[in-house]
Design a protein around this ligand. Structure first.
Ligand code: DGJ
Length: 741
């Protein structure tokens, strides 16, 4: 009997039945990790809901190190590299413990790995949502020793993928040219997406990706892993695809370790940023919708609230922020049906008035020369029009010509032995967030403003400079390479403090436009200024890219003047409104320049946007025709609300060629069993209806048969109803609202 028992135990050991597998699931995704005490943790499966047995049968199960550290088992590229006090770099990680917990919508699996060579641990955490297909990966580095260690590579996540034939989608850009979507085959070798700007994480590359596992990137088909690293500093996302059949493609994401050796004191730990992942077996469109839902419901501050239509003064008057200009714009936007007026740059500076970008940052007191009655009177005036009031600040910055810099030159980032490199205006510098006095100051900018004027409704928080000098006057020389991490952790701590004191005020994140677009910021901000590029043609493509990862309600999109300031392109008012209506609509021009007909139209367009706003800002997005693919003559999308009772279809013609064939657009996401009544939104032609106007058509027909894009040329023959200038046939658009009967 005893012999039999021993035989059974040795047999089980031999076939590995002692391995303990932990499954963590979302509604349609499964992640399986093997974690047996005393052994290396193994990554078994990540994909559509499946058991390990099913995954094995399909050939989709694997057994690679769940997190590989340098120095032992060099089967996969290493995600962790630590220099221990004796100079040793090798680690041997084995499972020390497993914890599972549930809180609200999230189930978390944490596997603690212990280094057998040093007093050091790693905690791998996987947090899965029960209402959307999102799993967040993060890692905690724990120094149990007495002496400091140096983290030389400290990724958040490592994920093996079996496919060797992948395509990669990523976003790239800079000021006025943000969110360029690039799709490329992931060849063999290593592909890196990274940023080293220090404090502007979406510049020049975003920390987001989609990886299709079958080659090609399709909107509605194929297995796609979407990922986005929520980190506001330097990052790296690496795709290592060795031309070896026995090795998987490995995705690693985390803080960029370049020039960032991180000294971790004995007895302390570093929790790395979260990599948010979603697995879609219905192409990239499904992955985007999942991220949008997750962002609105679980991550972005006030993500499920509807956002106001506002006018921002910047493009209209720039630094000419006078009482008269502010009053006239506020009066106009209120009369047009807008809901908020935002005073941009130029309102502050007492000793040095902010007349241009060369002075005053840091001196957050009203410029009496421009606004003699102060902020309080301005807020009151704006509120008296029945609309909200917003104000611009750039609290992390200082100009060399400012009272703040005169008092605290030691507060800026610079090397003590070199003249600091100035940014915008030849005089801008970045404050050193590692310095607790600077943290108090930045907190104080918002706190003082909100305490003195508690009725301010909105703040535009700008940031127009990268970390050009990566030296802290506060950190000791021995800790300079902690700067890029500690600087950004201090920024987050300051934002947390601001939000604890002022939870309600709407704060827009801006960084010369959208160069800080990152989920790391979004628990503290309600929205993002997508770009200073307001030309609708350029903007449409940018919004298309941004919408891959971010929901429409957080992307501010404003109507520019007829002749765009940056591209000199003339576009019809309707087209400008229709492009901005894809996201959170606003106006970025002086309404007093409208002709009477334009003014009437703007009023109608704003009123109509407010009607479709719940569907646009909270509905599911379906991209129908991409402006980035094929002939690039059209773009089309539709939004559908959660119970599929309402939808909005947006169709844009970007380029007209004579005799161009009629194009069909098949709608998506509707209920095939329901009938929808169709109405054109914000038409320019009150008496000339589209053939489809008022018709009731089944969701099935609209999706299967599709709609021929309405003839957008004939309507504009003869006198243009709004624009006095004769327009070309390019830049035409139509918005339709569908309501189920
Ligand atoms: C850069 C922003 O992107 C603009 O919208 C505007 O706020 C300016 N800064 C003001 O200086």
């Amino acid at each position: 009997m005893k012999k039999l028992l021993l035989l059974a135990i040795s047999l089980l050991t031999a076939i590995g039945s002692y391995a303990e597998n932990y499954t963590i699931s979302t509604p349609n995704n499964t992640l399986i990790i093997e974690a047996t005490k005393g052994k290396a943790a193994k990554f078994r499966y990540y994909g559509t809901t499946a058991s390990l047995e099913e995954a094995k049968a399909l050939g989709k199960a694997m057994r690679y190190d769940a997190f590989h550290a340098f120095g032992h088992h060099a089967e996969l590229p290493y995600a962790a590299l630590v220099k221990f006090p004796d100079g040793d770099n090798a680690m041997d990680l084995v499972v020390d413990g497993v914890e599972q917990s549930k809180e609200g919508h999230i189930t978390t699996l944490c596997i603690t790995l212990k280094d057998t060579l040093h007093p050091f641990r790693l905690q791998l955490c996987y947090a899965a949502y029960d209402d959307c297909d999102v799993i967040k990966f993060s890692t905690k580095y724990i120094n149990d020793g007495k002496k400091p260690v140096v983290l030389q590579r400290y990724m958040s996540a490592s994920l093996p993928v079996l496919s060797k034939d992948c395509s990669l989608l990523s976003l790239h850009g800079e000021n006025k040219n943000e969110c360029n979507e690039i799709v490329e085959p992931l060849g063999f070798g290593t592909k890196i997406l990274s940023s080293q700007e220090g404090n502007r994480t979406a510049f020049p590359t975003h920390s987001s990706f989609m990886l299709s596992l079958e080659g090609g990137m399709h909107e509605n088909s194929g297995n796609v892993i979407a990922g986005t690293l929520a980190w506001i500093g330097n990052f790296t996302i690496e795709f290592v695809n060795a031309a070896l059949p026995q090795r998987p493609t490995v995705i690693m994401a985390g803080i960029n370790p370049s020039a960032s050796d991180y000294t971790l004191d004995g007895g302390s730990s570093l929790k790395t940023p979260e990599l948010i992942l979603s697995y879609s077996n219905k192409g990239k469109g499904q992955a985007s919708r999942t991220l949008h839902y997750w962002a609105r419901h679980h991550h972005v501050l006030d993500g499920t609230k509807l956002r106001e239509v506002l006018l921002n003064s910047w493009e209209g008057v720039r630094f000419d922020t006078t009482q008269a200009n502010m009053e006239s714009m506020a009066t106009d936007i209120a009369a047009l049906g807008g809901e908020m007026f935002v005073m941009d740059d130029g309102w502050f500076g007492d000793k040095y008035p902010r007349d241009n970008d060369k002075t005053s940052l840091g001196d957050w007191v009203v410029c009496r020369k421009k606004l003699p009655e102060g902020i309080g009177a301005l807020v009151k005036m704006v509120h008296s029009k029945g609309i909200k009031f917003g104000i611009w600040i750039e609290p992390e910055m200082v100009n060399t010509k400012s009272e703040l810099y005169e008092k605290h030159p030691e507060w800026v980032l610079r090397h003590p032995a070199i003249e600091p490199q100035t940014g915008r205006g030849g005089s801008q510098l970045l404050l050193d967030m590692t310095n607790p006095k600077v943290q108090d100051f930045v907190f104080g900018v918002v706190d003082k403003l909100m305490t003195e004027h508690p009725d301010i409704d909105y703040i535009k928080w700008d940031n127009n400079m990268s970390m050009l000098d990566a030296s802290s006057q506060y950190l000791p020389m021995s800790r300079q390479s902690n700067l890029s991490v500690d600087f950004n952790l201090a920024t987050i701590a300051t934002l947390e403090r601001i939000r604890a004191a002022h939870p309600k005020v709407i704060i827009q994140l801006c960084a010369s436009g959208g160069t800080r677009l990152n989920y790391g910021f979004m628990p503290y901000f309600q929205e993002v200024w997508t770009s200073d590029m307001t030309d609708p043609l350029h903007r449409l493509k940018m919004q298309w890219g941004a919408l891959d990862f971010y929901p429409s309600n957080i992307l501010a999109a404003h109507v520019c003047s007829h002749n765009n300031k940056y591209t000199q392109r003339h576009t019809p008012l309707k087209f400008r409104f229709d492009v901005a209506s894809m996201c959170r609509l606003g106006v970025e021009m002086v309404p007093a320049t409208f002709t009477p007909a334009e003014r009437e139209y703007a009023k109608r367009a704003i009123a109509e946007y407010k009607q479709i706003r719940p569907i646009v800002q909270q509905g599911d997005l379906y991209k129908l025709i991409s402006p980035l693919e094929g002939s690039r003559e059209y773009a089309a999308l539709n939004y559908v609300n959660s119970d599929k009772s309402k939808a909005v279809v947006m169709i844009y013609r970007l380029l007209y060629t004579f005799g161009m064939p009629h194009r069909i657009v098949q709608l998506q996401g509707l209920d095939p069993e329901r009938n929808y009544r169709i109405r054109e939104v914000a038409s320019e032609f009150e008496n000339e209806k589209l053939a489809i106007e008022g018709k009731v058509i089944s969701g099935r027909l609209l999706m299967e048969e599709g709609v021929v894009i309405p003839e957008l040329t004939q309507r504009y023959k003869g006198n243009h109803p709004i624009n006095e200038l004769r327009e070309s046939n390019d830049y035409r658009s139509v918005i339709l609202e569908l309501v189920a009967e």
